[in-house]
Design a protein around this ligand. Structure first.
Ligand SMILES: Cc1cc2ncn([C@H]3O[C@H](COP(=O)(O)O)[C@@H](O)[C@H]3O)c2cc1C
Ligand SMILES: O=C(O)c1cccnc1
Length: 348
């Protein structure tokens, strides 16, 4: 049986890529002097099958879920913060609320599975597929139906979005850096200590425990983790699965994806393992202060745009990187060529 998440993404146009590369080299600047902005513009042009790429209609969706692994004592904050922060997103008080407002972006918060149901809140959608995941050290984080349902939540958010051309996913889930680290270990085969970080700010003692928790979870599930979906189901989270589903659907619809920090990158890695054809659609905002993030980005051959020592999540880094993606498009589309401007070419 084939599944929606296995359907191919839109394939970049190689003729447009060649034309976009040629255009970059015709613009009034030394060749290559706009660095990564040039690469970004060329990739966006190829993806969008247009030599005038555009990322001016963003959707920011924050997916929230609770994690059973928090019972192991792996976060500096209590599990109740996940739901409390949903209220804060709704009221406009969170970092991402402020950044989304500044960007004028469409903004929504999606509860994929907090432990407790929340009251009705403005801008918050209740799509809970369970009351938090199970503790991955003891059993699978999600059963098959929950994992499929969480992936479909992400898909539906993209399908129900208005006219968008760029998607930013964010996450909120106390304990989710443990899940992200476990996913990172599973997909890189690097050690737990290389992939585990301080998350919300844990002590040395808790850090050692967190590594042991990830090691235990991996040894419990490794033999049965035969594909990307099983990895996600066994050691992922509801919000991580929803992000993966949203990334896959965005790529299938030709919507550019701006991936945020460590947890979102773990979701992106899961999505690529489930459906490798989505990879060209993923742009990476920043390298977070979590040491595992850089290693996971390297595994994905990703070149993040920013390095700001951030370790927040919520989609905050991606929101900050969006204007850079937009600037890359404006420069590509609006700069004058040497011929147009009457500027002499070099012999580079
Ligand atoms: C007030 C607050 C706001 C947040 N916003 C994002 N996170 C971030 O921290 C959590 C992951 O860290 P750990 O694995 O250590 O629990 C996630 O919810 C992530 O989005 C927050 C965490 C807190 C405490
Ligand atoms: O990089 C991230 O996304 C991150 C790091 C620490 C805590 N929350 C999120």
């Amino acid at each position: 049986m084939s599944h929606w998440y296995e359907d191919a993404a839109i394939v970049p146009d190689e003729d447009i890529r060649a034309a976009a590369l040629q255009r970059q080299d015709s613009l009034t600047k030394p060749k290559g002097s706009l660095g990564q902005l040039e690469k970004v513009a060329v990739q966006l042009a190829a993806n969008q099958h247009s030599n005038t790429p555009v990322v001016d209609k963003p959707l920011i969706a924050i997916f929230a879920g609770d994690h059973g692994v928090t019972t192991e004592g792996v976060s500096a904050y209590p599990q109740s913060v996940t739901a409390e922060m949903i209220r804060n997103f709704s009221r406009g008080g969170a970092a991402i609320s402020v950044l989304a407002k500044g960007l004028g972006a469409e903004f929504t918060v999606v509860n994929v599975g907090t432990v407790y149901a929340l009251e009705d809140l403005p801008n918050v959608q209740d799509r809970r597929v369970g009351s938090g995941t199970q503790n991955m050290c003891v059993t699978e984080a999600m059963d098959v139906e929950q994992c499929e349902a969480a992936l479909a939540v992400g898909r539906d958010i993209i399908d129900e979005a208005g006219d968008i051309n760029v998607f930013i996913g964010g996450e909120m889930g106390i304990g989710n850096t443990t899940s992200a680290a476990a996913l990172a270990v599973a997909h890189t085969r690097l050690s737990a200590t290389a992939m585990v970080g301080r998350g919300t700010g844990i002590s040395d003692q808790v850090l050692a425990k967190k590594s042991a928790v990830v090691t235990r979870a991996l040894s419990k599930h490794l033999a049965q983790m035969k594909n990307g979906l099983e990895v996600l189901r066994r050691i992922g989270g509801f919000e991580i699965a929803a992000l993966a589903g949203a990334y896959i659907r965005a790529a299938q619809k030709g919507i550019v994806v701006l991936v945020d920090g460590y947890i979102c990158t773990a979701a992106a890695m899961s999505a690529v393992k489930i459906n490798p054809s989505i990879r060209p659609w993923l742009f990476f905002s920043h390298c977070s202060a979590e040491p595992g993030h850089g290693r996971l980005l390297t595994k994905l051959e990703a070149e993040p745009l920013l390095q700001l020592d951030m370790r927040l999540g919520e989609g905050s880094g991606a929101a900050l990187a969006l204007p850079i993606l937009q600037a890359a498009c404006h420069l590509h589309n609006q700069m004058a060529s040497f011929d147009e401007a009457g500027v002499s070419r070099g012999n580079d």
